[in-house]
Design a protein. Structure first.
Length: 281
């Protein structure tokens, strides 16, 4: 199923399912509050998905977010209860798009659960780009931080996910702040969660769709103060999230929430109500 917004043809991308620690997802929010909405298992883990978007805009194909991908060790995949790691390519196949037909790839940041699908193992066990023809748009600040993260952030990055992008084939284009990377395709540098976190905003006339990344992970995160413990600049997250949600509600933007396993695409309505878009379920 697809949604046509003006010139934009939008398809849901679900690049796998996994589980994350509830405390990581909800930071300072007391468990008695979040577990009513997102029940935890015996290990305090909650269900998550890796959600993004496949868009056709003026004959170009854009993939936003790539999920965990297929490179996790068996042990690590078990730890995070990874399911459907091939969801990235399966989602594309359902839309009838081959990996070499993708023109642009935008990940909101380079954490392992967003950038893992950028690369995969080739038949010799080396690394190859998943989308060999595509331009990849990444904030320069994110790239630099991912190569040299602080000790608290180091476990969030896996260099095999992204360093092959810079191996001489000019697959990557570094951005410094907000940019329109092709007509109607905007990235907004929001930082906060990581230094170079960006939100993708696709615009056509008065209509828009935003892929939020970890600025808004799941439906409970639509409340501005409900943020992740992994955010490196929590106050910036609050400020940027309040701005995004205010715009999204006022202008009726379609929102794609990065880790929501149930009904991840929808509209924010008055009073903070979530109205899922059933055609992108
Ligand atoms: Zn993240």
């Amino acid at each position: 199923m697809a949604v046509q917004l003006g010139d934009l043809e939008l398809h849901l991308l679900v690049a796998g399912h996994w589980k994350a620690d509830g405390g990581l997802m909800f930071g300072v929010v007391p468990k008695v509050l979040w577990e009513k909405q997102k029940p935890a298992d015996g290990n305090n883990m909650i269900d998550c998905a890796c959600v993004g978007l496949i868009a056709r805009v003026n004959g170009r194909v854009i993939v936003c977010e790539t999920g965990i991908g297929t490179k996790l060790s068996e042990k690590r995949a078990r730890q995070v209860a990874l399911r459907e790691p091939e969801g990235l390519l399966h989602s594309l196949r359902r839309v009838g798009i081959r990996p070499d037909e993708v023109d642009a790839v935008i990940t909101t940041h380079l954490h392992w659960d967003h950038a893992g699908g950028l690369t995969r193992r080739d038949s010799q066990g080396g690394l190859e780009l998943t989308f060999k023809r595509a331009r990849h748009f990444i904030q320069r600040t994110e790239w630099d931080f991912a190569l040299h993260p602080d000790v608290r952030s180091a476990s969030g990055y896996v260099s095999d996910d992204f360093t092959p992008l810079a191996d001489g084939n000019k697959a990557v284009e570094f951005l410094s702040g907000d940019a329109e990377v092709m007509p109607g395709v905007h990235v907004r540098h929001v930082g906060g969660h990581t230094p170079g976190s960006q939100v993708l905003v696709l615009r056509t006339g008065e209509l828009a769709c935003a892929v939020t990344g970890d600025l808004v992970c799941q439906t409970p995160h639509l409340r501005v103060p409900w943020t992740m413990s992994a955010d490196i600049e929590p106050l910036r997250v609050l400020e940027q999230k309040a701005r995004l949600l205010e715009e999204a509600e006022r202008h009726r933007w379609l929102l794609v929430l990065s880790h929501e396993p149930d009904q991840p695409v929808g509209y924010l309505e008055e009073g903070g109500r979530w109205r899922p878009e059933p055609r992108l379920a």
